[in-house]
Design a protein around this ligand. Structure first.
Ligand SMILES: [Zn+2]
Length: 348
């Protein structure tokens, strides 16, 4: 009896962790339990007595109260000696790819890549610096450049208020951070755009920081790395000042190229709009994270314009690799090593 009782207690605790408590019937759980076959061979529910009869392989039977949700929660309390603790917020992260609940700390250690389905979750610009550069080597350039509001633009809120809110939310002063640092002891010029800051859109500060980054890389003969994450393109709040940034950064990249400079472009999820249509696709070598959304306009806009069915997954890294738009799909864990290897391969 003691052995069976222990088994049921153990199963009850396990069940209360893995199945919703709204399922009341113990017999409904039985097939899902991995009962040791040498001890228990089955169970019969007796509604009249409100009991569950457990059958053991030695021919004996034992009667137990039917495992209702209330009993199960009491059992858990008895076994653990305390009530279920509240799980602190942020302990779990749900994978957008497979919906698995992942322990946030373990996910961080895995560079925010889902161990179940390899989905590459969002990484902020600051996290990306930690992941790609040697620890403590990053030195920011042009961090003091801040957006102006030449049009006094207001939509649902004033542009200046939106900027202030975005700065508070992301800890960034604008959607791109640029500077220099070391990748496996190789000095590089590096820029990263962050899709969380007004969708990573290219306002005048993003364009100017990137242009100065490219120009410094050219002057100092540094390998240039730009990691793009942008859900939008030009920042409409700045009108024409935003639109001219695509041409400005592209011109600086052309000069970098003429001087024999190396530019490695890394595309992450998402890279869209004016970012994709300018610097992000101009790399000497273009890497992309797996399953990243990369394109110019969204599929609905394209479909409404050209009125034909679009191939499935046509804006993913895998599709673009097949069609020669990118050079390699680069899992996040390999990115740092492969950038270093590419720099060496290109003799920079
Ligand atoms: Zn997943």
């Amino acid at each position: 009896m003691q052995q069976v009782h222990l088994l049921v207690r153990r199963a009850a605790v396990r069940l209360s962790l893995v199945v919703p408590l709204s399922i009341a019937s113990f017999s409904a759980f039985t097939p899902a339990i991995n009962w040791p076959k040498t001890d228990v061979v089955g169970s019969i529910e007796c509604s009249a007595l409100n009991m569950t009869i457990v059958l053991c392989d030695n021919g004996g039977t034992h009667s137990l109260p039917k495992l209702t949700p209330a009993i199960m929660s009491q059992t858990q309390t008895a076994v653990t000696g305390r009530k279920k603790r509240q799980i602190p917020e942020g302990t779990w992260t749900q994978c957008p790819g497979c919906k698995a609940r992942l322990v946030s700390k373990a996910l961080e250690r895995n560079l925010r890549v889902c161990p179940e389905c390899d989905y590459h979750l969002y990484v902020s610009a600051n996290q990306r610096i930690e992941q790609v550069l040697d620890t403590g080597t990053f030195e920011e350039w042009d961090g003091d450049l801040l957006a102006a509001d030449p049009l006094k633009f207001t939509d649902s809120r004033a542009y200046v208020d939106r900027l202030a809110a975005e700065r508070k939310k992301t800890g960034l002063s604008d959607a791109a951070i640029t500077g220099t640092g070391m990748i496996r002891a190789r000095r590089v010029a590096i820029g990263i755009t962050d899709s969380q800051f007004i969708m990573g859109s290219m306002g005048s500060v993003v364009g100017e920081r990137l242009t100065r980054l490219v120009e410094r890389a050219t002057e100092q003969n540094l390998p240039l790395i730009i990691i793009s994450g942008s859900g939008g393109g030009a920042r409409m709040h700045e009108g024409i000042f935003s639109l001219m940034q695509m041409a400005k950064v592209s011109a600086a990249l052309a000069r970098h190229d003429q001087q024999g400079g190396l530019f490695i472009s890394v595309l992450t999820n998402p890279t869209m709009g004016g970012v994709a249509a300018s610097f992000a696709s101009l790399g000497d070598v273009v890497f992309a994270e797996p399953k990243a959304l990369i394109g110019f306009a969204g599929p609905r806009t394209i479909k409404a314009t050209i009125r034909i069915e679009l191939p499935e997954g046509f804006q993913t890294s895998e599709f673009l690799l097949e069609h020669g738009f990118i050079d390699r799909i680069m899992p996040r864990q390999k990115l740092k090593a492969e950038i270093a290897r590419t720099i060496d391969y290109c003799g920079k």
